[in-house]
Design a protein around this ligand. Structure first.
Ligand code: F2R
Ligand code: MG
Ligand code: MG
Ligand code: MG
Length: 317
């Protein structure tokens, strides 16, 4: 029988944090050393630290819990900036750090976020890397998930591809959480509904090639070569989705695949972790990863509160 919904919420939150912490030492490395990844993932007993990805996902999870699943842009901008100010050394992007410093000085998010990168707005994956909690409350449907993802994104990321990245990752998380464990996943049946919710032609195109790549058994290196492994949303979000679709029911294999791509490894592994955890639940997360995760109790507390909300709101049982 399917495990109940709250287990999937805790699975996604905990595995997103573990993916972040497992990928962090390799961030910016390309190519990565497979033996080093294997040692760090499967043999090390060292403490591991989560980064900005998890710090901001926890802010969003707490935000949703407090607001019964809704997103309030002004409040969220303030909460993200306060988390950055409290703990600025978690490896934030340069644009993100500059933005949060401005928000902390009282500048409105609308203007500060729009002015980043010469007025283009950030196309980084910062809105996608924190968005999983939105996808874990799919009771009102995928359209509502997409809308909340958009609202949660624009407070920091105004480039349309960054917003699409958040929408795609949130909808993917919802679909993973709604999927039946151990029943083979058809990549087309995941990617098609995600494509219905993204706006830009560029993001559409980046997603369109995933099913063929995944069905063709592409390696980590091949996916990175085709899709990219960089800090932009348009590369890293499809990369994480590919890692999940290649190994939807094997958590260590999916995380190794994600880190094996190189590049933005903490973020790709974290987004992969959210998807795998939403499908598999927290019971399938390797116990040693949870023991090694610094700040695990903060993750568990936020995840459990969100899980209680998920159970209390409409949606799958
Ligand atoms: N920032 C990092 N990693 C590198 C530094 C960490 C280092 N290891 C350390 O020890 O401190 N990781 C984190 O940042 C990514 C999320 O980034 P976010 O939140 O989107 O930030 P930002 O600054 O807005 O965008 C990231 C970079 O993308 C480039 N960029 C974005 N928009 C651009 C545009 N319109 N034009 C040109 N470039 C643009 C810039 O280089 C930004 O700095 C995650 O990987 C997270 O783990
Ligand atoms: Mg990070
Ligand atoms: Mg509002
Ligand atoms: Mg990163």
């Amino acid at each position: 029988a399917e495990l109940s919904w709250p287990h999937r919420v805790r699975g996604a939150m905990v595995l997103a944090a573990c993916g972040d912490a497992l990928g962090a030492p390799f961030e910016g490395t390309d190519p990565v050393d497979r033996a080093d990844i294997d040692d760090w993932m499967n043999r090390s007993t060292q403490l591991m630290a989560y980064t900005d990805d998890t710090a901001s996902a926890l802010v969003l999870a707490d935000h949703l819990t407090r607001r019964h699943g809704t997103v309030g842009e002004d409040e969220l901008a303030d909460e993200l900036a306060r988390e950055w100010a409290r703990d600025p050394d978690r490896g934030y992007g340069h644009g993100a750090a500059r933005l949060f410093a401005e928000l902390a000085h009282g500048r409105p998010w609308q203007r500060a976020a729009a002015e980043l990168f010469d007025g283009q707005g950030s196309y980084g994956n910062g809105a996608a890397m924190r968005v999983a909690p939105v996808g874990l409350l799919p009771g009102l449907g995928l359209g509502a998930v997409a809308g909340r993802a958009r609202r949660s994104a624009v407070v920091t990321h105004q480039h349309p591809q960054a917003v699409d990245g958040a929408v795609a990752q949130a909808v993917a998380t919802a679909l993973a959480a709604l999927s039946t464990r151990d029943t083979p996943l058809d990549p087309d049946r995941i990617v098609t509904p995600i494509r219905e919710h993204v706006d830009t032609a560029e993001f559409q195109a980046a997603l369109r090639r995933l099913p063929a790549l995944v069905n063709g058994g592409a390696s980590s290196t091949q996916v990175a070569g085709e899709v990219g492994n960089g800090v932009s949303a348009i590369q890293s979000v499809p990369a994480a989705l590919a890692a999940f679709l290649r190994h939807p029911d094997d958590i260590p294999a999916a995380i190794a695949f994600a880190i094996g791509m190189g590049g933005d490894t903490d973020t790709i592994a974290s987004m992969t972790g959210a998807l795998c955890g939403a499908r598999r639940t927290e019971r399938d997360v390797p116990v040693m990863w949870g023991l090694r995760l610094g700040g695990a109790s903060r993750v568990w507390t936020a995840a459990s509160a969100l899980a209680r909300l998920a159970q209390a709101t409409p949606g799958p049982a």
